[in-house]
Design a protein around this ligand. Structure first.
Ligand code: NFE
Length: 504
């Protein structure tokens, strides 16, 4: 038996270590460890509740909007506010820009190098100016004393990659355009929300911006550019990679138990969220029962009480705790390790009959010959992320069209902060179900708790010893050469882990 340690695991956000035991070239055991303590929930105590959406956005630079949205949803709930129509639509626009740029960044910048052979570019003979530039830069690094100069493209594990120019060159070209496209997504968010990351415009009651036609037209023009990129580049590149690596629909299989809180308020979709909420356990679809969430700490570096629901536990760091191996907690739903993310919400949306989700998943299953069940795989996770990018970008047109211009249309409802209240804010972040809980006493934050997507996916074992979902997905992964564990990192990156968020 060999122990393989990948630490740090790169091309993700934050500090993740993965260890696997390998027997006969198969992973027999796996551990996922968050390597950093942060303590945002402690920072929140005693603060003005109106600081919450500002401070919690600093948990992350990739999905700050999602923390801002979860925080103001929690406060809307605590203050008993009904949001004006324009308010939730504009919030959706802020969230959409962030989702789209985040998914593009993950598919191209973080994941595509696992599937395309970047070294072959040094022999590139075509006339694309961007690819030629990259070729020249790679060649200039070949004699560099340190290969690290070619990061993030090199070094990389030896493996089978997309290597013929016909297949690899378009993906590489779009890889380079992804830098521009993600900037456009940021600009869309900033246009409505003032700045990005860490916007000041998200407030309880709605949003601070009263839009005019110029702002909406500029937003729609940028959205149009991204929609063309998604249709022409991203969807085709997904199909190229999915068809070249069909084995990836069998790798990375986890428990298949899913949780979605529902994302993007929508006036026309049953249940009120464009990406529907639900749970899927042992194949059974149910509504979310929020009281069923607890957080186990047996293998996490905390000595506070384990198995407590949000707001009831404490956060007492214990870096020397024996047997623990991660700063990530182990959230569980009715005791189950639940997977969250684009594939979880699309499968739940499909089973709930959301027509647009159904249409696009049916199309993808026809194109690739996979079943709904096979979204429980590494390629299934990538596919769901790409298809969801299209769904959100297309639906954003509908949200823009519903915005009513003119000073008589409010964007924000007035409110007062109560002496005492509890609020829960549930939404979807790019990486999955995100919940913020706030408890107010004496008009100050008494307790604050975030239960975050990567905390679900990359959790360590729970009190019963059950592995976290990503640990489970690693089991049985075939490593052709344990010194070059590309197959394991493909499983991990398909989850798009954000360790900054997971440990928050
Ligand atoms: Ni830091 Fe986040 C998303 C949230 S992940 S990226 O998406 O919440 O855990």
């Amino acid at each position: 038996m060999a122990r393989v340690t990948i630490d740090p695991l790169t091309r993700i956000e934050g500090h993740l270590a993965v260890k696997v035991d390998v027997e006969d070239n198969r992973v027999s055991e796996a551990w996922s460890a968050g390597e950093m303590f942060r303590g945002f929930e402690l920072i929140m105590r005693g603060r003005d509740p109106m600081d919450a959406q500002q401070i919690t956005q600093r948990i992350c630079g990739l999905c700050p909007v999602s923390h801002g949205i979860a925080s103001i949803y929690a406060q809307d709930d605590a203050y008993g506010i009904t949001i004006p129509d324009n308010g939730w639509r504009l919030r959706n626009l802020v969230q959409a820009g962030n989702f789209i740029q985040d998914h593009i960044s993950h598919f191209y910048l973080l994941s595509a190098p696992d599937f395309i052979d970047l070294t072959r570019l040094s022999a590139y003979q075509g006339d694309d100016p961007k690819l030629s530039m990259l070729r020249d830069w790679l060649r200039s690094q070949e004699n560099s004393p340190s290969i690290i100069h070619a990061a993030p493209l090199l070094p990389r594990y030896e493996a089978e990659y997309l290597s013929t120019p016909e297949l690899a060159d378009p993906v590489l070209k779009h890889y380079l355009s992804a830098y521009e496209m993600r900037a456009i997504g940021h600009q869309m968010t900033a246009l409505i929300a003032g700045k990005q990351p860490h916007t000041p415009a998200l407030v309880p009651g709605g949003i601070t911006l009263r839009p005019d036609i110029k702002i909406l037209t500029a937003y729609a023009t940028m959205l149009d550019k991204l929609r063309r990129y998604i249709d022409d580049a991203m969807i085709n590149d997904l199909l190229t990679i999915a068809k070249r690596f069909p084995d990836q629909f069998s790798e990375g299989r986890s428990y298949g138990d899913y949780l979605a809180f529902g994302g993007f308020i929508d006036d026309q979709i049953t249940g009120g969220r464009y990406l529907p909420a639900g749970t899927l356990i042992d194949g059974k679809l149910e509504s979310v029962d929020i009281s069923s969430i607890t957080e186990d700490l047996r293998f996490s570096w905390f000595d506070s009480a384990s198995g407590m629901p949000p707001l009831k536990g404490d956060l007492s760091p214990a870096p020397d705790k024996s047997g623990a191996y991660s700063w990530i907690k182990a959230p569980r739903y009715k005791g189950h390790p639940m997977e969250v993310g684009p594939h979880a919400r699309l499968v739940i949306g499909y089973l709930r009959g959301q027509p647009e989700i159904k249409q696009i998943l049916d199309w993808f299953m026809r194109e690739t010959g996979i079943s709904l069940e096979q979204f429980n795989s590494s390629m299934g996770r990538h596919a769901a992320r790409v298809l969801e990018t299209k769904l959100i970008a297309d639906r954003t047109v509908h949200w823009i069209r519903g915005i009513k211009l003119g000073s008589s249309n409010d964007v924000c409802e007035k409110f007062t902060i109560p002496d005492e209240a509890i609020g829960i804010g549930l939404t979807e972040a790019p990486r999955g179900a995100l919940g913020h809980w706030i408890e107010i006493k004496g008009k100050k934050v008494h307790r604050y708790e975030c239960v975050v997507p990567t905390t679900w996916n990359c959790s360590p074992r729970d009190d019963k010893g059950q592995r976290g979902p990503m640990e489970q997905a690693l089991i049985n992964t075939r490593l052709a050469n344990p010194d070059q564990p590309i197959e394991a990192v493909r499983v991990v990156r398909a989850y798009d882990p954000c360790l900054a968020c997971s440990v928050h």
